[in-house]
Ligand binder design. Structure first.
Ligand SMILES: Cc1cc2nc3c(=O)[nH]c(=O)nc-3n(C[C@H](O)[C@H](O)[C@H](O)COP(=O)(O)O)c2cc1C
Length: 364
């Protein structure tokens, strides 16, 4: 049998991706006034358009959904128009692009919340972590527990943002169900102590995320809806006592909704892949559409898991920061450039759109 490679076309729903390499969502805190994506974002994403699929940085579905300074939104006309510049630039280069939709829940700060209010969460439990606000790192604020009658409004914010995404020219949306943000706060019992229909059992903790996915599917179609999960990641100080049954159940339900991909952060986000025992193949088996794998991948690991049938697509995060032409470099076996950690969050073109391609490096 011939070996499969990352560099062949792949059919994702009705889209044909030019290869199996995906840009992982990367927050870069460079939105402008009104939390409109900066004009530089169009350059940044189009520089990476040779990836089979681009997933944008996490993008707020509402003002309440914000947890960090200068992250973009998708709930005002100006934001929709700003994102349209990005999708047009990517499409002009033949790329495909999904927007990652998030609500941060308790990972926020009163200075970022409408009216200086408390961030919202399933339960009033503060996470032991920091956010970036007022040009520096600060402890997240004490959250308040959401009232049950507020939840339909949050579901509707995701639905509306998905409609706005299509208006802005995106090929689809990725619902952010990972990394300790609102939807994962409901899923994991370290953050969810509710005693109503949204807490307690595996089924109840999955209720909000499934309502969000269903609303988005009803609005824009299952072929344009993906989700990201991180079953064992402790990112943003979250914990779960029963990730396997929780995520086995969730993925069965997601499969029934027919969404186009399941994006799985395998292990601790940006850390060890074997942080806790967990059977990721059990998720793969429960989901018939595309399995998109992430976390600590290099070409060898991706190729071997592709050929073992364990994943279809592979998202690369950190390697894409300093290598806009990551696909070409991987294909050529060329060395990868690093990146400057000081310019990750905030600022302008430096450390954002000024990383050269290999060809540019060689001619300079
Ligand atoms: C600068 C930076 C920003 C990130 N922003 C996001 C984000 O907005 N949404 C998300 O789901 N993950 C985010 N992540 C996590 C990455 O998508 C990815 O899961 C992580 O870097 C592990 O993949 P890698 O080993 O290929 O880098 C971010 C990571 C980094 C380094």
């Amino acid at each position: 049998m011939t070996e499969k490679t990352l560099f062949e076309a792949y059919k994702l729903g009705s889209l044909t991706l030019s290869n199996r390499v995906v840009l992982a969502p990367l927050t870069r805190n460079r939105a402008g006034a009104g939390l409109v994506p900066s004009p530089l974002a169009a350059t940044y994403y189009s520089q990476r358009a040779t990836a089979g699929l681009l997933i944008t940085e996490a993008t707020q579905v509402s003002a309440q959904a914000q947890g960090y300074q200068d992250t973009p939104g998708l709930y005002t006309q100006a934001q929709i128009d700003g994102w349209r510049q990005v999708t047009e630039a990517v499409h002009a280069k033949g790329g495909k692009i999904f927007v990652q939709l998030w609500h941060v829940g308790r990972i926020s700060h009163v200075d970022l919340q409408p009216g200086g209010g408390a961030p919202v969460a399933p339960s009033a439990i503060r996470a032991e972590t920091k956010t970036f606000v007022n040009n520096g790192f600060a402890e997240v604020s004490e959250p308040r527990a959401l009232e049950i009658d507020e939840l339909p409004g949050i579901v509707d914010d995701f639905r509306q943002a998905a409609a706005n995404a299509i208006d802005a020219g995106f090929d689809g949306v990725e619902i952010h169900g990972a990394n300790g943000y609102l939807l994962e706060q409901f899923l994991k019992d370290g953050a969810n102590r509710r005693t109503d229909a949204y807490g307690g059992t595996v089924e109840n903790r999955a209720r909000l995320v499934l309502e969000v996915v269903k609303a988005v599917v009803d609005e824009i179609g299952a072929e344009r809806t993906g989700i990201r999960i991180s079953p064992v990641s402790p990112a943003n100080a979250i914990s779960s006592s029963d990730p396997q049954p929780q995520f086995n159940y969730l993925v069965e339900q997601l499969d029934a909704l027919g969404i186009v991909y399941l994006h799985v952060v395998e292990g601790a986000t940006g850390g060890p892949r074997d942080v806790a025992p967990f059977d990721f193949d059990a998720l793969r088996k429960r989901f018939k559409n595309t399995y998109l794998a992430n976390n600590g991948y290099d070409l060898d690991l991706a190729t071997s898991r592709l050929n073992a049938g364990q994943a279809d697509l592979f998202a690369f995060g950190r390697p894409f920061i300093g290598n806009p032409d990551l696909v070409e470099r991987l294909k050529a076996g060329a060395p990868l450039a690093g990146f400057n950690p000081a310019t990750l969050y905030g600022g302008g073109a430096e450390g954002y759109t000024d990383y050269p391609t290999l060809a540019e490096t060689q001619t300079h």
